[in-house]
Design a binder for this molecule. Structure first.
Ligand code: DX5
Ligand code: ZN
Length: 221
């Protein structure tokens, strides 16, 4: 198929050192990651609680790389402007979050951040279609959101394929992100399916981060 789209790596600090998150951000930055993926979990939308607005603001001083903020929260509309002020460049909300998706996408754009919308593995990809024209990115979860270190769900790649097809059909310059279980064996199939922003956490932190970032980027070639 010859994939000509550049592949971007978004390193997830969820698998970093929570006692020294600044150094985890610098590790991803120095390893060549294009973006820093920040997983915000509220203990309601998912069964885990991670980090919030003040931590994003503090980490903003550590790098100039794009902050790719993934909101796994209910009612994300309430916090869009504050995450933006804290330094978020891309803000992803979940289709299943219970907010007015259309309004929240507009709110993200109005804040100056780039809007992105995600679906959990069990949600049909078609739910994203009404919003595609207004999105910078769409995130197909390749594991159930909530925890790092889970196994990639191969069936989710069909959603990536359908989404890329729909974006191409409409002539959209949509970024497609995949998140969960990405490593040296799953990155290439994800890119082949049409993903161009690849999140990785436990795999990037589990070895030579720079080599692993390069491996994922190599999946484009
Ligand atoms: C899971 C998070 C992911 C997580 C991925 O809910 O959204 O960003 O950090 O971690 P790995 O790469 O370990 O699956
Ligand atoms: Zn994430």
């Amino acid at each position: 198929m010859g994939n000509k789209r550049p592949v971007y790596v978004s390193g997830s600090i969820l698998s970093g050192d929570f006692a020294a998150l600044g150094s985890s951000v610098r590790r991803l930055d120095e390893a060549g990651a294009d973006m820093i993926h920040i997983d915000v979990m509220d203990g309601v939308f998912v069964d885990n609680i991670t980090i919030g607005i003040p931590v994003v603001a503090a980490l903003r001083k550590e790098t100039e790389k794009t902050f790719d903020v993934h909101l796994m929260t209910v009612g994300p509309d309430r916090y869009v402007s504050r995450f933006r002020d804290a330094g978020a460049d891309i803000i992803t909300i979940h289709f299943e979050s219970g907010c007015d998706v259309s309004k929240t996408v507009d709110l993200i754009a109005a804040s100056g951040a780039k809007p992105s919308l995600s679906v959990r593995p069990g949600t049909p990809v078609e739910e994203l279609f009404p919003y595609l024209d207004r999105l910078y990115m769409a995130l197909i979860m390749t594991v159930e959101p909530g925890f790092g270190g889970q196994a990639f769900i191969p069936e989710t790649l069909e959603k990536v394929r359908l989404l890329r097809e729909e974006a191409d059909r409409r002539g959209l310059d949509l970024k497609i992100e995949v998140d969960g279980g990405i490593n040296d064996t799953t990155a290439q199939p994800a890119v082949d399916a049409g993903a161009d922003v690849i999140v990785s956490g436990s795999w990037l932190f589990g070895g030579d981060t720079a080599r692993r970032v390069a491996t994922i980027k190599g999946a484009a070639l």
